[in-house]
Design a protein around this ligand. Structure first.
Ligand code: RIB
Length: 307
């Protein structure tokens, strides 16, 4: 699969507070603060661009002052922003509290993200892309229409179900080629308590591939024919925010490069390993050079040869 990726999802301004440990109802001293471009749509688009994959981001920002600098920064990283619309709302925002073990707790303002209606979409993205990435932080009716139109037009469809709220999403799953939940999302979506059972349930709905992001335990791929597990790389965790988005970008990049399945999974696990060693979200995902350096350090000779 060659070509371009159309990325649909949230664009946020992420504000980070780094603290020792969160204690509800108490005062905290912050070691550091940071502002970064975030939102799973923006993070995945930036992740793809950093890996040298052509992509455009289809999203909605607000009509506030910050939206212009966000769009400019997206452009600077190589993301095509010509499909981004604006509306009369504030640009999405997320406040992220990160503890010293890297764990995060987020507070979201959906803002403009919740206004991305099917009518706002420039459907010429269908002529300009071979693959489509979606997450669920935008209205479910919009997700449904994009998925159906994309499949009708023969696109590869990858869904990150972060933002899953109710069962209305499950009827859409059948149309996806790849669905990539984390462990919590998978179990919540399927109402199962076992990962394998849950993944098989999703496969029974008609999705081709279920890729489960397991954080410090790596990731497991399931299809009707096979299952493959890749362990996580051992790294010093600083901030886990955005690791799933770095994973999405690298997995799609592996697909675009037609890498073997196990290599695609390894590439994604490696990208998220690099991401967790850094603060922030979109700025924490690796460039192609950084990913190659990391794989060299991890002595992944076969994977490096395949790239
Ligand atoms: O996956 C991390 C992202 O989730 C953050 O960038 C934040 O904006 C939230 O949408």
């Amino acid at each position: 699969m060659d070509g371009r990726v159309a990325v649909f999802g949230k664009v946020n301004v992420d504000t980070f507070l780094y603290i020792d440990q969160i204690r509800i109802g108490e005062n905290h001293m912050c070691q550091q603060t940071l502002v970064d471009i975030g939102g799973k749509g923006a993070n995945t688009a930036i992740g793809l661009a950093k890996l040298g994959i052509d992509c455009h981001l289809v999203a909605c920002v607000g009509n506030d002052a910050i939206s212009q600098s966000v769009v400019k920064k997206l452009e600077k990283t190589g993301v095509d922003t010509s499909f981004i619309k604006s509306c009369n709302a504030q640009t999405g925002k997320t406040f992220v509290v990160v503890e010293s073990n890297g764990r995060n707790t987020m507070f979201h303002i959906l803002g403009a993200n919740s206004h991305l209606s099917p009518e706002m979409i420039d459907w010429t993205f269908l002529e300009r892309s071979t693959a489509v990435f979606l997450q669920l932080g935008i209205p479910i009716d919009t997700v449904r229409e994009i998925v159906l139109m994309s499949k009708r037009n023969g696109k590869y469809v990858y869904i990150d179900p972060a933002g899953f709220v109710d069962e209305s999403f499950l009827e859409i799953v059948a149309y996806a080629d790849t669905i990539a939940p984390n462990e919590n999302e998978l179990l919540r979506m399927t109402k199962e308590i076992d990962i394998e059972k849950a993944a098989k349930k999703l496969l029974s709905f008609g999705v081709e591939e279920v890729v489960v992001k397991l954080g410090s335990k790596g990731a497991t791929f399931f299809s009707e024919k096979t299952s493959i597990h890749v362990d996580a790389y051992k790294v010093d965790v600083v901030d886990t925010t955005g690791a799933g988005d770095a994973f999405n970008a690298a997995y799609i990049a592996g697909k675009m490069k037609k890498l073997p399945l196990k290599d695609t999974l390894k590439l994604a696990v490696a990208a998220s390993a690099i991401c967790v060693t850094r603060q922030g979200t979109s700025s924490a995902s690796p460039t192609k050079e950084e990913l190659l350096q990391f794989l060299k350090k991890m002595e992944e000779k076969d994977l490096l040869a395949a790239l």
